[in-house]
Design a binder for this molecule. Structure first.
Ligand SMILES: Cc1cc2nc3c(=O)[nH]c(=O)nc-3n(C[C@H](O)[C@H](O)[C@H](O)COP(=O)(O)O)c2cc1C
Length: 228
């Protein structure tokens, strides 16, 4: 798969086949992905990957917490407000996804079931948690973000679908307890990995993007060569 194919075909996979992911494949993905650049080669990432019984135990613990109404408490909280345009895109994403799933406005149970699936790592057979020292700043989060995309592209080469999700790290203390993540590390984000269930309705939706002509401003290129 070439890089453009990988970039254009990657999408958030929200339903997986139960096929286990080989540990060797995970190591291969992580070896390539950790070639990601970082601030002065600080390589701030600590990666905890889980599968099998350990993952099932964690899945069951986070589901129980969610069902018992324990408030989520991510180590890195979401912004309280977003710029209005971004807020609108977020709302549109929700509307379009629910529409693709045939879930109407008032169907609170179905909406809650969707949240549960996110909390439970969308049923993926493997999950990677990206962590970094709590004292680090946004620059290291930037590094982790690039690492996350590298992991997802390397996974695509192994024919694995992925999902990066804030919902996966809703209960960091449970992740710490199950995987032995030290207290000095923030559990920043999780990435699910596994074979995509291609026929599942959860995976039928493809998110749009702003046109490149709106996003990119160019200056100084040779006249007549621009395709923007
Ligand atoms: C930092 C981050 C957090 C995310 N958290 C969630 C999440 O909690 N639940 C979810 O379903 N998707 C989550 N996503 C996936 C985004 O909704 C998705 O990437 C976006 O809508 C674009 O769709 P695509 O990945 O299919 O191209 C997250 C993505 C990122 C980068």
């Amino acid at each position: 798969m070439n890089v453009f194919e990988a970039l254009n075909s990657r999408h958030t996979v929200r339903a997986y086949l139960p096929d286990p992911v080989d540990e060797k494949v995970i190591v291969d993905i992580m070896a390539a992905a950790t070639r990601t650049p970082s601030w002065a080669n600080t390589q701030p990432w600590e990666i905890f990957v889980t599968a099998g019984e350990r993952l099932e135990r964690l899945r069951s613990a986070v589901l129980t917490a969610f069902r018992e109404g324990e408030p989520p408490g991510q180590d890195m909280p979401r912004p309280e407000t977003w710029p209005p345009l971004l807020e609108r895109r977020m709302r549109e994403l929700g509307q379009q996804r629910f529409e693709a799933l045939g879930i109407g406005r008032g169907e609170e149970d179905a909406r809650r079931a969707q949240s549960e699936m996110g909390i439970a790592f969308f049923g993926a057979p493997a999950v990677a948690f990206l962590c970094m020292d709590k004292t680090l700043t946004a620059w290291s989060v930037f590094d982790l973000g690039m690492l996350a995309q590298s992991i997802m592209l390397a996974a695509a080469e192994h024919c694995l679908g992925t999902a990066v999700a804030f919902a996966f790290v809703a209960y960091p203390q449970l992740i710490r307890a199950e995987l032995g993540v030290p207290e000095n590390l923030s559990v920043v984000i999780g990435i699910a990995l596994g074979k995509e269930d291609e026929d599942h309705v959860q995976n039928s939706y493809r998110s749009p993007r702003r046109p490149v002509t709106e996003v990119v401003r160019t200056a100084g290129f040779s006249p007549g060569q621009s395709s923007l």
